[in-house]
Design a protein around this ligand. Structure first.
Ligand SMILES: [Zn+2]
Length: 695
């Protein structure tokens, strides 16, 4: 439905806003280096593009942590905002504008969005039950409360089911709420709040999702969320910290953080226009809708996010934009998680490689970018490890890409003082053309990984080509042929510089300079891959240095020592607070159930046939269980607690008549019984047959 990139309209690429609440680690950086690479790739295609972002400054976690540190939330968030502004360029992530949600531009833009919704009659007031801490005598918005997700039963935060089904939770929805301030069970109190009536946009959103491009997860997951009548979105909170609600007489309400956060995408673009002038880049041409509701017209808006915030970007955000008569996103690209050496990052256990650790390692930022961007498809989880980084850098960047460019330019400089006077062969012309096509396809298919693959494949071809023709044997026997082969190799090197720019911007510029090209590779378009390199250039130097084994061992040791230190500290604190060694046991409930009520549960013996992890979910595993009469698929939160490979053959107890549910997009048809936080599975004493009733 959309025409291919590059288009005549200006484009904007945004990244999910970093939440100004803590240090960044190399897992967080995946979205930003991918967004930077994608935006650069659009630029190489000749698209007029801005790459913008900003820090997310509001919301309860910042308010909570600032209070703990005894500073005001603005000071607290600002220190992280300033830190992020320094960190991103250290990874060659170059935003055209980097603002924050608390600045004047965004405050005004947010309030004008909300006024448009009020004028359009999309805002309703309702009395709702909100969690309340009696002891602290205050309301408990969002993360001030924890409890149980009403949809999947996992432990959840007040506004999202972060460990289970990932749903957004409205105020009052969470079950068994506990105050995170005092640890007391929360009460409920009635409070008036403002709601955006999402059902007004139901039909619009159907059409929007049909038009939406990007990754498949972002296109498909929201379809299920907009089936049935859409629930109204509560857009206010009982807090001081945030953007004030613009209506009259509502001074004590601020807007929910998920209102002003995405609006920063537009505000940051506006600030970019204020820097460069509307002639160069007009934010209104991008963000305002100059067409109709069903055929919007504006610029190309591309959002790059983690896959845990798909709902916000494909349901709430387009409705918010539509309600203000703004343009809609063209594409949403949602990436998978990053694991650290095969396991999840754990900031609480200090099991993380922090952005600063990487910078201090002295390794070039482009090496990290290459490892993370080409390590897996964008939508899949990717693994970061020092060993993995070493392996990929040494084989693909040093051995293939760097080696090819260095030997080509060295041979050219030694024998011809630069590019030999000859024409490029048809074979090499075709290879370059095909790599350029792969690059264009990767951009239009939203496959960031493809941007790194195309140039490395071209270098692989180059090494094979130079080996096949052995120009060093030809210089005396067939000087004309030798000149042509080297001409080909220099052209291939130049094409590689252009094609690798999005993923390795620093290294591409070095190669560009070695070729003595004019200007910067950051300004070159893809077509430059085929234009002649300068006739003269100087001695090249090697682009990459191999990473030595002892370097990797040292980096691994640092990480292990830190994790161990954090564990010791944790054990020490646990011993102080709990020396009995037994867990706190809940008292047995007073309310008794009748035998008849118990009989309503259909408990059966099941035999595990297979158990595998669910990609992207920290805890969930998918099990196939034979319950005699049939085989059931069951999703259970046991991934980290069991060696899944050892489970097949185990007899377990299954609640066979539990309602079906869906977790992480996977259907769960039943529940297994397990004890405690460690999910100790209930099994049988003898070999009862699958399907046998438990009573
Ligand atoms: Zn849930």
């Amino acid at each position: 439905m959309h025409e291919d990139f590059p288009t005549d309209a200006p484009a904007v690429v945004t990244c999910g806003l970093p939440y100004a609440n803590g240090d960044l680690h190399v897992g967080h950086l995946r979205t930003y280096v991918s967004g930077d690479a994608y935006s650069r790739a659009l630029g190489r295609l000749g698209q007029n593009v801005a790459f913008v972002c900003g820090s997310d400054m509001h919301g309860t976690p910042i308010a909570v942590n600032a209070a703990e540190e005894g500073v005001d939330p603005e000071t607290f968030a600002m220190q992280y905002h300033e830190q992020y502004e320094e960190t991103f360029p250290e990874f060659n992530v170059e935003f055209d504008n980097y603002g924050h949600t608390h600045d004047e531009t965004n405050t005004e833009m947010t309030r004008s969005f909300v006024r448009s919704w009020i004028d359009g009659d999309h805002v309703v007031e309702k009395e709702i039950e909100v969690a309340w801490d009696e002891e602290a005598d205050q309301p408990l918005p969002d993360r001030f409360v924890e409890g149980t997700c009403p949809y999947c039963g996992e432990t959840a935060r007040g506004d999202e089911c972060d460990e289970g089904c990932q749903r957004h939770l409205e105020p009052g929805e969470i079950e068994d709420p506990i105050s995170t301030i005092t640890g007391n069970p929360a009460e409920y109190r009635t409070r008036p709040h403002k709601f955006l009536r999402l059902s007004d946009f139901q039909e619009y959103l159907q059409g929007f999702l049909d038009r939406l491009e990007g990754t498949e997860n972002a296109q498909n997951q929201p379809r299920e969320w907009i089936e049935g009548e859409l629930q109204d979105l509560c857009i206010t909170r009982d807090m001081d910290w945030g953007v004030d609600y613009p209506g009259e007489g509502e001074e004590e309400l601020v807007l929910y953080v998920w209102v002003d956060a995405p609006i920063e995408y537009a505000s940051s673009t506006k600030q970019y226009t204020e820097q460069v002038g509307a002639d160069e880049y007009d934010w209104e041409a991008v963000w305002k809708n100059h067409g109709t509701e069903t055929e919007p017209d504006g610029g190309e808006i591309v959002h790059i996010i983690g896959h845990d915030i798909i709902q916000h970007h494909t349901v709430f955000w387009p409705a918010m934009l539509r309600g203000a008569e703004f343009n809609e996103p063209r594409a949403v690209m949602a990436c998978g998680f990053v694991n650290l050496a095969g396991e999840a990052f754990s900031t609480s256990r200090n099991r993380a490689v922090w952005a600063d650790d990487y910078v201090e390692s002295g390794l070039h930022p482009d090496l990290y970018r290459y490892h993370i961007i080409t390590g897996s498809e964008f939508t899949a989880d990717v693994n970061f490890s020092w060993d993995g980084l070493q392996e990929r850098v040494n084989s693909e960047l040093v051995g293939t890409l760097g080696n090819f460019c260095y030997r080509s330019l060295l041979f050219a400089e030694r024998n011809y003082d630069g590019t030999p006077d000859a024409t490029v062969s048809d074979e090499v012309e075709r290879e370059i053309q095909s790599a350029m096509d792969d690059f264009r396809t990767a951009v239009n298919d939203y496959r960031v990984r493809g941007l790194g693959r195309a140039p490395v494949e071209l270098a692989k071809f180059g090494n094979e080509y130079i080996q096949r023709h052995e120009p060093w044997k030809l210089t005396d026997d067939d000087p004309e042929k030798a000149a042509q082969v080297i001409r080909d190799c220099v052209q291939l090197s130049k094409a590689i510089a252009v094609l690798i720019e999005p993923v390795l911007p620093g290294k591409a510029e070095e190669l560009w300079t070695q070729l003595d090209e004019d200007g910067s590779v950051h300004e070159a378009t893809l077509e430059a891959a085929r234009t002649a390199p300068p006739a003269e250039f100087d001695d090249p130097s090697e682009l990459f240095e191999g990473i030595e084994d002892d370097r990797v061992e040292e980096l691994n040791r640092q990480l292990e020592e830190r994790v161990a230190a954090a564990e010791d500290e944790e054990t020490a604190t646990e011993t102080e607070t709990d020396d009995s060694g037994t867990p706190d046991l809940e008292p047995v409930a007073d309310d008794r159930v009748s035998f008849e009520e118990f009989k309503e549960l259909d408990l059966r013996i099941g035999k595990v046939l297979s158990a595998e992890p669910i990609e992207g979910a920290d805890k969930l595993a998918k099990l196939e269980v034979d319950i005699g009469v049939e085989t059931r698929q069951i999703v259970a939160g046991i991934k980290q607690l069991h060696d899944l490979g050892s489970l097949p053959g185990t007899r377990i107890v299954v609640v066979a008549n539990l309602e079906r549910s869906e977790l992480f997009g996977v259907e769960s048809n039943g529940m297994l019984l397990a004890a405690g936080d460690e999910a100790d599975l209930l099994t049988t004493h003898e070999d009862a047959d699958p399907g046998t009733k438990v009573q």
